[in-house]
Design a protein around this ligand. Structure first.
Ligand code: NAD
Ligand code: ZN
Length: 276
């Protein structure tokens, strides 16, 4: 871009899946200390998640999400007809995030995704456009409340504390969508164990994931290794981890502006045994 003589009036266009739009965003955030950005996401995950909220970044050998910047795009153009060529295995990544949006903010979104999941997977552009718009609106509401992740935005981590641990344990062979799906089941179970979520609501979450063709169990999870993978010291028995947990469908636990709940290792080990 420097060689091409691009100035401060440059507009960067990010076209592609989340990897490309995150990179384009990082370039826009840093080139000449920040130029305009427009994103055109082409994967379902990039439409409902990666291009919403202003987080940009590049992956480094040391880990994910270590190098990046907050940089809001001027606009996002989500043309759902682009999804016609999305590989079969990529749909689940977006679907898991959409179900997460329903759990954290809007029960009828969760119910709609579950009901129309086959049409979504069949890339029906009308149905997909409708649910994508709804899912984006939910994430936008959460992000506008907390643009720099100081509070409420943490609810977007629902299913991800355990999900990231499972991805790591699988050597990153498990897709993000599958890991987050099982992560949401695991964390819902923790919420039930802690007495903050009703079993009936937990069942609705699991049903929605199943309707969407996402995995909800059938995975041998070694609780000890999971705790380690989540960054907790196995030997530190009193070690606790913070998780964003639902207290109903469409509502997350909040305690004096704190959106994450302390979960101890014993509870995690207990749930891992229960799900085995
Ligand atoms: N910035 C954020 O807030 C945020 C949020 C969530 C995820 N992310 C990032 O997003 C990335 C994952 O995004 P992703 O799931 O889109 O992965 P991706 O960008 O790797 O795309 C998945 C695959 O699908 C292909 N593809 C994309 N659109 C296609 C289309 N229309 N037709 C055919 N092939 C297509 C891609 O080339 C790639 O092979 C991760 O790096 C993650 O960290 C960022
Ligand atoms: Zn995710």
């Amino acid at each position: 871009m420097l060689d091409g003589g691009f100035g401060r009036d440059t507009l960067v266009v990010g076209l592609g899946g989340g990897v490309s739009t995150d990179l384009a965003g990082f370039v826009a955030a840093t080139y000449m200390r920040g130029v305009e950005l427009v994103n055109i996401p082409t994967s379902l995950l990039a439409m409902v998640d990666a291009t919403v909220g202003g987080k940009t970044g590049i992956n480094a050998a040391g880990g994910k999400n270590l190098i990046g910047a907050f940089h809001q795009p001027r606009g996002v153009i989500a043309d759902t007809s682009l999804l016609a060529t999305l590989p079969e295995g990529e749909w689940e990544n977006g679907l898991a995030e959409m179900i997460k949006h329903g759990v954290i903010e809007q029960r009828d979104h969760l119910e709609r995704i579950a009901a129309v999941a086959p049409s979504i997977r069949a890339a029906d552009p009308g149905v997909v456009a409708e649910v994508v718009a709804e899912s984006v609106a939910i994430k936008v509401r959460v992000v506008c409340d907390d643009p720099f992740e100081e509070g409420r935005r943490k609810v977007l981590n629902f299913g991800h504390t355990v999900g990231h641990g499972l991805e790591k344990l699988s050597g990153y062979r498990l897709s993000h969508g599958k890991a987050v799906s099982v992560g949401m089941v695991f964390e819902s179970e923790i919420a039930v164990e802690l007495g903050v979520l009703d079993q009936a609501d937990r069942d609705i979450i699991v049903d929605a994931l199943e309707h969407a063709g996402l995995p909800t169990g059938g995975m041998e999870i070694d609780g000890g290794r999971l705790i380690e993978a989540m960054g907790l010291d196995k030997k530190k028995k009193r070690g606790k981890t913070m998780m964003a947990l639902p207290c109903a469908i469409g509502k997350m636990v909040q305690n004096h502006g704190n959106w994450a709940v302390e979960v101890d290792s014993q509870t995690i080990l207990g749930v891992a045994r229960k799900l085995a």
